[in-house]
Design a protein around this ligand. Sequence first.
Ligand SMILES: CC(C)(COP(=O)(O)OP(=O)(O)OC[C@H]1O[C@@H](n2cnc3c(N)ncnc32)[C@H](O)[C@@H]1OP(=O)(O)O)[C@@H](O)C(=O)NCCC(=O)NCCS
Length: 195
Amino acid sequence: MTRAPARQLVQLGAGDLADRLTEALHVYVTAMGYPVSTARYRRTLWLEHVRRQGWRAVGWLDTTGVLVGIAYGYSGGPSQWWYEEVRRGLATATPEAQRWLHDYFELTELHVRPDVQGHGLGEAMLRALLHGAPNSRVLLSTPEYGPNPPGRAWRLYRRMGFQDVLRDHRFTGDARPFAVLGRSLPLDPPSSLVH
Ligand SMILES: CC(C)(COP(=O)(O)OP(=O)(O)OC[C@H]1O[C@@H](n2cnc3c(N)ncnc32)[C@H](O)[C@@H]1OP(=O)(O)O)[C@@H](O)C(=O)NCCC(=O)NCCS
């Protein structure tokens, strides 16, 4: 009996992401429910991120080789927009809380195409991306869930041990409240990482 081909969790290099940028941005806009036009504006930014120190990415390929999940991040630090926005939010925090901004990996993007969500693909990407990251901790930002029950992203982050760094934070140029969450590294790898 032949086994059906399985989805593959793969590490993506800078060239891989550039080659698959249209696919990756399609995963991003469908997962986030954004208009397709958003992808156009993100192309330049994602390609600029590839050049940042510590950049790494992973993805899921379906059985036909199409990208259905994408995650990437890099080492955060002064002069990056996100670092400065979080630093502003932590300006009046305790010195202990401000230590979150030392030696961290910024989890910038984590998305699974809606039709394959809820099967553990996001968790596997998170583990694969963070396993082997040289930083002491990981930080991310995610929209607040407000009066609704926490959604899948929040459930994943809490399950993975992410704690509150900032709540109801406003990033410049975005009216929505965000949470900044973090946890220490390392994190155990998934069982299915394909090199
Ligand atoms: C957030 C997101 C990346 C999570 O990825 P995912 O693959 O859907 O979710 P997970 O890896 O957490 O899957 C776990 C779910 O699958 C189920 N599951 C099924 N089989 C599983 C397995 N073998 N291993 C782990 N979980 C499994 C779990 O019960 C769990 O269900 P629950 O979330 O209802 O509790 C994805 O839902 C997404 O792209 N959402 C929209 C975009 C977004 O919000 N991105 C984050 C922005 S900050």
